[in-house]
Design a binder for this molecule. Structure first.
Ligand SMILES: Nc1ncnc2c1ncn2[C@@H]1O[C@H](COP(=O)(O)OP(=O)(O)OP(=O)(O)O)[C@@H](O)[C@H]1O
Ligand SMILES: C[C@@](O)(CCO)CC(=O)[O-]
Ligand SMILES: [Mg+2]
Length: 327
């Protein structure tokens, strides 16, 4: 058996805009997905998912992905839980030239699903690393990131950037602009996360922004303005100017709200954080529900979020400098 883990992430800046070639700066955090993989003698996949929101369920289906898994849970749950694993295994089979390799797979994760913390990227990255190493092939983190990106593209109908998967494979803070992906220096930031217990579907949310850009030229200008915020934010990050970072995060959230990817619960948490004295606060990831990220060196924001209606959890997130790794 081979076991790998990979971190989730928060976006300081640039989600959604990064899909259209603008830069983005996500940072890996110490919340990880762990995937255990064991080879089988046949081409079948037996997948056990014990994620946070549901009792673990097990599905088993043939290796050829055109066969509907014979499962006893709702189709949407299967598609939700299986899609990224299935796409990751396809990438692992391609990377190892073992198209009929079968696996027993167990996924465990402390990253809430669909909440903007990159759970899909972490699960995909860890699954590719574990499955390829189980077959005796060791990929570089850049190769894993590229294959995980292609897996996310497949599951999200082409609506994905390289940012989440490169950040999860690499760890630390990264800067992604199109195919240009690189690790960057980042000071230890006082990151606080608020979680509303909800979720958003990344593929659908990204498709919504794409439709808005196609309908309104000013929506495209809004996306470009997010790119300007990211470039300004990089300078603040290099200088360790957390007050400027916070102001730019607030600005970024406002533009994401204009693009229709925030929600009442996310906005409530953002304003609760700001009212508590956070340097800045914004939604993170695809939006639609899930998490916000705030900067506050004091405990005020975390405390305020815990008493904010609609906030289910609030926690301080440390930067995780490690990307994908063997456990
Ligand atoms: N523990 C897990 N077990 C199985 N599948 C998981 C697990 N965690 C995430 N996934 C898959 O990832 C999907 C959520 O991915 P999605 O991209 O919508 O949100 P996210 O990655 O958590 O947030 P964001 O992309 O906004 O950062 C789930 O519906 C499921 O298919
Ligand atoms: C919304 C998005 O920009 C980030 C999701 O965490 C999509 C992507 O970059 O793949
Ligand atoms: Mg995702």
């Amino acid at each position: 058996m081979t076991v790998s883990s990979a971190p989730g992430k928060v976006y300081l800046f640039g989600e959604h805009a990064v899909v259209y070639g603008e830069p983005a700066v996500p940072c890996a955090i110490e919340r990880r997905a762990t995937v255990a993989v064991e080879s089988r003698d046949d081409d079948r996949l037996r997948v056990h998912l014990s994620d946070l929101s549901i009792d673990g369920f097990t599905v088993e289906y043939s290796g050829s992905t055109d066969e509907t898994p014979d499962v006893n849970v709702s189709e949407s749950l299967v598609q939700a839980g299986i899609g990224y694993i299935d796409a990751a295994i396809e990438q692992a089979r391609d990377a190892t030239e073992r198209p009929d390799a079968g696996f027993d797979i167990t996924v465990e994760s402390d990253i809430p699903l669909g909440a903007g913390l990159g759970s899909s990227a972490a699960v995909t990255v860890a699954a590719i690393d574990a499955a390829t190493r189980e077959l005796g092939v060791s990929l570089s983190s850049d190769e894993i990131a590229d294959r995980a990106y292609r897996a996310e593209l497949a599951v999200q109908d082409g609506e994905a950037s390289r940012a989440d998967t490169f950040c999860s494979a690499t760890g630390g803070a990264v800067r992604v602009e199109g195919d240009d992906c690189r690790a960057i220096e980042s000071p230890d930031l006082p990151i606080v996360v608020g979680f509303d217990g909800g979720a958003g579907d990344t593929g659908k949310l990204v498709a919504g922004v794409r439709a808005l850009r196609e309908e309104y030229e000013f929506a495209g200008e809004t996306v470009k303005s997010i790119g300007d915020i990211v470039r300004q934010g990089e300078r603040a990050l290099t200088e360790g100017d957390t007050e400027e970072l916070g102001r730019l995060m607030n600005f970024n959230h406002g533009l994401l709200e204009a693009l229709g990817v925030s929600s009442r619960s996310l906005d409530n948490m953002v304003w609760a954080a700001r009212d508590a004295g956070a340097l800045g606060a914004k939604l993170t990831g695809a939006g639609g529900g899930g998490c916000i990220v705030a900067l506050d060196p004091t405990d005020e924001t975390e405390t305020a979020l815990r008493f904010t209606p609609g906030c289910e959890d609030a926690f301080r997130a440390e930067l995780d400098t490690e990307g994908v790794r063997e456990e």
